[in-house]
Structures are given as C-alpha cells and as structure tokens.
Design a protein around this ligand. Structure first.
Ligand SMILES: NC(=O)c1ccc[n+]([C@@H]2O[C@H](COP(=O)([O-])OP(=O)(O)OC[C@H]3O[C@@H](n4cnc5c(N)ncnc54)[C@H](O)[C@@H]3O)[C@@H](O)[C@H]2O)c1
Length: 249
C-alpha cells in the first residue's frame, strides 16, 4: 500500500506518516520545499523503525507542484497510490473585523483549494489504476462543524473540507474511492503551542472539552489509519470527530 501525506514534517501529519508506516504502508512524506529537511527527518525515523518512506517536496497551493508530486509518488509505488492524507493546513487568527485579503487567501488556498486539487490529482490515479480504488482522508477540524472565535477563514475552509469530502464520496464511490474527513479539536502540535501558552484560552478550551484534555497527535493518527485502511471499507462521506466530546455538547 502506498500512502501520501501532505504537510508530514510536523504535528498531525508526521504522526499520521509514522502510524501509516507502522501499519505497513510505504509512505510519501511530503512537505513544503523550504521545509523538506523536516520530511527527511520523519523519513529517517520511519526507516530506523523498519518502515518504508520517501521525502517529496510539495506546496499544495501550487497545482504544478501537486501534479509533479502525485506522479512521482505513484511512479515510486509501481503506478499505485492507495491513500492520500490531506493534512497540510494553516491558520491565521484574526477577529472578523480585521481579516485581511492576504490572510483569507493564504488560509483558503492551503486548506481548501490545495486540499481539493490534491484530492483530484490522487483521485485520478486511484480511478485509473488496476484494480481501481483508494482512500482519501481530509484532515478538517471540529471548526468545520462548529464555530470558534477569530477564525472566519479557518472555519470556512474546514467546513468546506467537510462538505467537499461528502461530494467526492458520492461522485467517486463507483470508482471504489472512499473520501472521509477527520475533525480533531485542539491538538498539541507546533500549530497550537503558542495558543496554549495563553492561560485564558487554554482554560476556555478545556472547559469546552468533556474529556478534560487536549487531543494528542497519535489519537488523530489512529483515526486516519482507520479511515485509510480496510477496517473502514463501508465508511465514506463521514466526518469523524476526535474531539473528546467538544461537539457532543
Ligand atoms: N493542531 C490542532 O489543534 C488542529 C486541530 C484540528 C485540525 N488541525 C488540522 O490538522 C492539520 C495539521 O495541523 P498541525 O496542527 O499538525 O500543524 P503543523 O503546523 O504542525 O503542521 C502543518 C504542516 O503543513 C505544512 N504546510 C503548510 N502550508 C503548506 C502548503 N502550502 N503545502 C504543503 N504543506 C504545507 C507545514 O509545513 C506543516 O508541516 C491542519 O490541516 C490543521 O488545520 C489541527
């Protein structure tokens, strides 16, 4: 099984790459070209643990980069691509009155446009390979299901990722391609470490979480491995929360 993980040099993507490799996948650990050393470090770690992985540069905001990356990964996989984990993501926190066009475009281009075109490129390979099929896991967020302060662009992008997953699930089911979203609440990663340094925000987040703690990257990775593999073969178009009960309230 060949899997491609976007933004896999850090946080959830790195945990997903490790977990997929431990589950037996050959993993393309992709990362922004100017951060490729992070992907190389993840690959070295996977290989040291006996897994198979390769580092590949990818900027999901650049369609040519997506095309090149997907072709390279499929070639390395003997023409197959079985799993895409659309994990690359970014957030710019701004109150709605202060949102800039630059920040809006950066967040939407990365989290929604990039996610869709990576799915399209991988989906075409999955459709055309023999036998056809595959699994696409889009890393959305609880913020694709409910709102939260200072995140208009981020919440819009993640809601888009959730609903886009349903459309692709419907359109691509005849090609044996499943498409699901994973919706974590706040996870302890480099994306959020500065946020948790703010005691008021941390207290608010913990108050909203019945489980009473932050999500760990490995817990999101476990959901990704489930949706990527055969145990979830009848699951498509789902939005699986990994949120300690945040959205159950
Ligand atoms: N950390 C959280 O609390 C949390 C919660 C819910 C959802 N998420 C989502 O999980 C995903 C991973 O987040 P994380 O917390 O691990 O963040 P992170 O910053 O640790 O990792 C994100 C990775 O994406 C890469 N990236 C950024 N822009 C890119 C681009 N244009 N092309 C390719 N790669 C790019 C970064 O280099 C980085 O390695 C994101 O989609 C994020 O929105 C995070």
């Amino acid at each position: 099984m060949t899997a491609l993980v976007t933004g896999a040099g850090s946080g959830i993507g790195q945990a997903a790459a490790r977990a997929l490799a431990a589950a037996g996948a050959r993993v393309a650990v992709t990362e922004l070209p100017d951060r490729l050393e992070r992907a190389e470090a993840t690959v070295a770690e996977i290989q040291a643990a006996g897994g198979e992985a390769l580092p590949v540069p990818l900027d999901v905001r650049d369609l040519a980069s997506i095309t090149e990356c997907v072709a390279r990964v499929a070639d390395a996989g003997g023409g197959r691509l079985d799993v895409l984990v659309n994990n690359a993501g970014i957030n710019v926190r701004q109150p709605a009155f202060e949102v800039t066009e630059e920040a809006w475009d950066l967040v939407l281009d990365t989290n929604l446009k990039g996610l869709f075109f990576a799915a399209q490129a991988a989906g075409r390979v999955m459709r055309d390979q023999a036998p056809p099929g595959g699994s696409i896991v889009n890393v959305a967020s609880t913020m694709g299901l409910v709102g939260y302060y200072d995140r208009t662009a981020y919440c819009a992008s993640k809601a888009g990722a959730v609903n886009l997953s349903r459309v692709l699930a419907i359109e691509w089911a005849p090609h044996q391609i499943r498409v699901n979203a994973v919706c974590p609440a706040f996870v302890e990663t480099p994306l959020t470490s500065a946020l948790f340094a703010n005691e008021a925000i941390k207290t608010d987040i913990l108050h909203r979480t019945p489980a009473g703690r932050l999500v760990m990257p490995d817990e999101v990775a476990a959901a990704i491995v489930f949706l990527a593999g055969p145990a979830s073969r009848m699951v498509t178009g789902a939005a699986l929360t990994v949120d300690g009960g945040w959205t159950a309230i």
